[in-house]
Ligand binder design. Structure first.
Ligand SMILES: Cc1cc2nc3c(=O)[nH]c(=O)nc-3n(C[C@H](O)[C@H](O)[C@H](O)COP(=O)(O)O)c2cc1C
Length: 189
């Protein structure tokens, strides 16, 4: 039974809607247990992320999917505060062998979303996690998923909080893929 944690920040709801679609995809794998954790400003006290519950959720998961809007060419500061708080886990490589993936959104078609996904994959690698991208070739999917052609993870753009159906179905696919493959690797009963 794979356990998947979806840890994300969203200010105006776009990333939250993507996270909900990722969750739906995870749950399409009947065996998977998937949980959303939405980072909030209140989790950060005097600049430090202080929410142990979030870190313990990942401790107890087989996979984690990171999400953040792209802000100024990278993850939002709230997400980075969370990432910095994982350094205690890094010391002991507590998350080594877990599966990781990620998603991001920006307002522009090329708004440097790639840098956010690269940051997520580096964070995962620092923890010894196994990064999982998207195996949908942009422009060659009969269902039109992955319209941006991003294969490191889901990257999209939109100007309203509701991503278009192609990106929502890409998000579902990403969740289903992580649940399925982490289930194959999982040692959880
Ligand atoms: C401080 C700030 C910085 C931003 N920087 C970028 C950027 O570098 N590239 C981009 O495409 N969009 C950028 N945006 C737009 C957001 O990524 C976009 O509105 C996103 O959908 C917000 O996600 P949310 O609704 O989950 O909060 C920025 C927005 C803010 C508020």
């Amino acid at each position: 039974m794979p356990k998947v944690a979806i840890v994300y920040f969203s200010e105006t709801g776009t990333t939250h809607n993507l996270a909900s679609a990722v969750l739906k995809g995870c749950r399409s794998d009947g065996d998977a247990v998937a949980t959303l954790y939405r980072i909030s400003g209140a989790d950060i006290v005097e600049g430090r992320f202080r929410q142990r519950q979030c870190l313990e959720l990942i401790d107890d998961s087989d996979a984690v999917i990171f999400g953040s809007p792209t802000y100024m060419g990278g993850p939002a500061a709230q997400f980075k505060a969370f990432a910095d708080a994982t350094s205690d886990r890094w010391d002991a490589q507590m998350w080594s062998g877990k599966v990781a993936s990620g998603f991001t959104v920006g307002a522009n078609a090329n708004g440097d979303q790639l840098a956010t996904l690269q940051y997520f994959s580096i964070l995962a690698s620092q923890h010894g996690m196994l990064w999982m991208g998207l195996d949908i070739p942009g422009g060659f999917d009969p269902q039109g998923r992955n319209p941006s052609g991003s294969q490191l993870g889901l990257a999209c753009h939109c100007l309203t909080p509701e991503p278009d159906p192609a990106n929502l179905s890409t998000a579902e696919y990403l969740g289903a893929r992580v649940a399925m493959l982490s289930g194959q690797l999982s040692t959880s009963p």
